[in-house]
Design a protein around this ligand. Structure first.
Ligand code: SAH
Ligand code: SF4
Length: 345
């Protein structure tokens, strides 16, 4: 993907009329073009001039893993400067959701997350985020389908890379480009309070998801190091401001770690905090990431019991289907493996 402003600037440089810039941008964002060669409505000399100055693809795809039943696929990309990036496509009967990475690694370092173990290598650009989506849009197009939803829930903390994440959302949403409805785009944060406040002021009506994982500061301090900066009360106060300002719901994500955050105490505190109608809870069974075995995935009956307990306490709550578990679709895992086998530091 190339930002339309960049295309326009290059066209001006080349002395081309503005409609040429629109043509190229539409070929990329709507036509899903991967090079200028195929843009046969442009003169050959212009195609060559563009190819010398611009690169339509910011990522190279390296490897794709497909889940046994084919409902999820995960692609490992490399940035042009050689960093691993991953994205996941989950297909359902009517939906096709792409899970996008916003950073290479993550600085937050949650105890159970493989991305955190990488540390932060660098922020991704909006183009690199959009290219993850366009990659899957191309493979879906071959099957007569399209991307219906995008979730910023891959590697990285979107609000630690706020400007580029929002630029990616605007590019995806652009009516003259990819044209994905804002209500079909979700951004997931681990609870960066200033980011939640900024999102509330955006004209773009995106969905907000907040990763909770614990309902007391004592436990959350252990699981999510950023909780020492933004305490639970502050995160919930920011969510309340967000709801007041936008009249939109907040989705809370809760990765269930067996025997750690599925206790009666946590369930009770959780039920006190996550109240309908504006708050919804999504339980996610922990994917064992091949780390040191510190955490365990809950059994299906344990997950169902927690779900039932929370619903009985009045929480609007669902259990996330995770078609990606077999192919290590939890955030950061594939790229982590790549880095661990990489002899260069
Ligand atoms: N940094 C943001 C977005 C990326 S993480 C955030 O934390 O919200 C996206 C989701 O994947 C988070 O809810 C995260 O907790 C979850 N996740 C991370 N590691 C996981 C694992 N091993 N199993 C299941 N979910 C995991
Ligand atoms: Fe970063 Fe999110 Fe992983 Fe925590 S769960 S380390 S915030 S990517």
């Amino acid at each position: 993907m190339i930002d339309p402003h960049t295309i326009a600037a290059v066209m001006t440089d080349l002395g081309e009329p503005p409609y040429r810039a629109r043509q190229v941008y539409e070929a990329l964002a709507r036509g899903l073009a991967v090079d200028f060669e195929g843009m046969t409505s442009l003169p050959a000399s212009l195609r060559r001039a563009l190819a010398e100055r611009l690169r339509p693809l910011s990522l190279e795809d390296m490897e794709t893993l497909v889940a046994p039943r084919g409902s999820a696929r995960k692609t490992l990309f490399a940035t042009l400067d050689g960093h691993p990036v991953e994205a996941v496509l989950m297909t359902y009967a009517k939906r096709a959701t792409v899970c996008v990475s916003t950073q290479v690694g993550c600085a937050v370092g949650c105890a159970f997350c493989a991305s955190g173990r990488l540390g932060l290598r660098r922020d991704l650009t909006a183009e690199e985020m959009v290219d993850q989506v366009l990659h899957f849009a191309r493979s879906l197009r071959d099957a007569g389908r399209r991307v219906t939803n995008v979730v910023f829930m891959g590697m990285g903390e979107p609000f630690h890379n706020y400007d580029e994440t929002l630029r990616a959302c605007r590019l995806l949403n652009d009516e003259s480009g990819f044209n994905l409805a804002a209500r079909s785009i979700s951004v997931s944060t681990v609870g960066v309070v200033p980011g939640i406040d900024r999102l509330a002021e955006e004209p773009l009506q995106l969905n907000l998801a907040v990763s909770l994982h614990a309902a007391t500061d004592e436990l959350r301090d252990r699981l999510v190091p950023l909780n020492r900066t933004y305490r639970l009360d502050e995160v919930f106060a920011a969510c309340a401001r967000y709801v007041r300002r936008t009249h939109r719901k907040v989705l809370f994500e809760y990765v269930v770690l067996r025997g750690v955050n599925d206790t009666d105490e946590q369930a009770q505190m959780l039920a006190a905090r996550v109240r309908p109608p504006h708050y919804h809870l999504n339980l996610i069974a922990y994917n064992e990431t091949g780390g040191d075995g510190e955490f365990a995935r809950p059994r299906a009956d344990q997950l169902a019991a927690l779900h039932a307990r929370l619903e009985a306490a009045g929480v609007s709550c669902t259990v996330r289907r995770s078609p990606g578990a077999e192919i290590e679709a939890a955030c950061g895992q594939l790229a982590l493996r790549e880095v661990e086998t990489d002899p260069q530091p």
